[in-house]
Design a protein. Structure first.
Length: 276
């Protein structure tokens, strides 16, 4: 099974992990809808929906760049409609867009709190809700529809909350969507899963966090390859999982991960949050 001719709607696909997932799917000849906010170049944060589209086409896919605010219902509805008009339907939704602020409660402004909940929780829920009719049609046509949320395994351990309560709640909100929607959509034959990295991933967003040593990170391609394994699996049986990238790759016989290191030969990586 591959992704040739499938249409993927990927939020936050103008850079980083979302773009890496898009380019991996494009190698199969997939159609990629780039639903992201950045339409103009930002010197601090490279990558726009248009530069991403060019990279996707170069990788072998078709691209539809759509400036989209996933917090806004009208923006999401319009983007989904344009995607269906362009490609005839949607087979896969990747809820990748996310906002982060690793701040304790006194330092978390409510504006930042609202941003994280608006993007991570509301955005994921809204995109999934809006995409559902298209995913149902994809299932009826035997096209193996999936929802993939880039969110962590759920844990009720205090240490994953203390220090950044708001961020943890917002990311776990995405994972709760996985848990609930996997059960809700199973009768339709739609797979809903989460994917999360064991190590920190070298992205432009991460580089904006002070004190992070990018040389002790892995590249976004590790998540792209892991996501590909999820999205090409049987949606009727692969659902409700919280996959960790290296564990999933190992289950498919991929154990040499050195090519994913920012610095080949690295033995000690910065661990990501939420993985015990």
């Amino acid at each position: 099974m591959n992704l040739n001719g499938k249409t993927l709607f990927i939020t936050g696909a103008s850079r980083g992990i979302g773009l890496a997932i898009a380019k991996r799917a494009a190698k199969d000849g997939a159609n990629i809808v780039i639903a992201a906010k950045t339409a103009e170049t930002n010197p601090k944060l490279p990558g726009t929906i248009y530069s991403a589209a060019a990279e996707i086409v170069e990788a072998g896919g078709r691209a539809l760049p759509l400036q989209t605010d996933i917090r806004d219902e009208a923006s999401v509805v319009a983007a989904m409609q344009q995607a269906v008009e362009e490609f005839g339907g949607i087979d896969i939704l990747v809820n990748n867009a996310s906002a982060i602020s690793l701040t304790p409660t006194p330092a978390t402004q409510m504006k930042r709190f609202d941003l994280m909940f608006g993007v991570n929780v509301r955005g994921t829920y809204l995109c999934t809700q809006t995409c559902l009719p298209h995913l149902i049609r994809s299932a009826q046509a035997g096209r193996n529809p999936h929802v993939l949320n880039m969110s962590p395994p759920l844990s009720m351990k205090t240490h994953w909350f203390q220090g950044h309560v708001a961020y943890t709640m917002a990311k776990y909100g995405m994972s709760e969507c996985t848990l609930g929607h996997a059960g809700e959509f199973k009768p339709h034959g739609i797979g809903v899963n989460s994917l999360w990295p064991r190590t920190a991933i070298a992205t432009a967003a991460l580089q904006m966090i002070p004190g992070v040593d990018i040389n002790k990170c892995r590249k976004p391609e590790i998540l792209a390859d892991a996501a590909y394994l999820v999205l090409t699996s049987d949606a009727k049986t692969t659902t409700g999982n919280f996959f960790i990238d290296d564990t999933l790759l190992a289950q498919h016989g991929i154990t040499d991960l050195d090519s994913y290191s920012v610095v080949p030969g690295t033995k000690e990586f910065i661990p990501d949050f939420f993985v015990d």
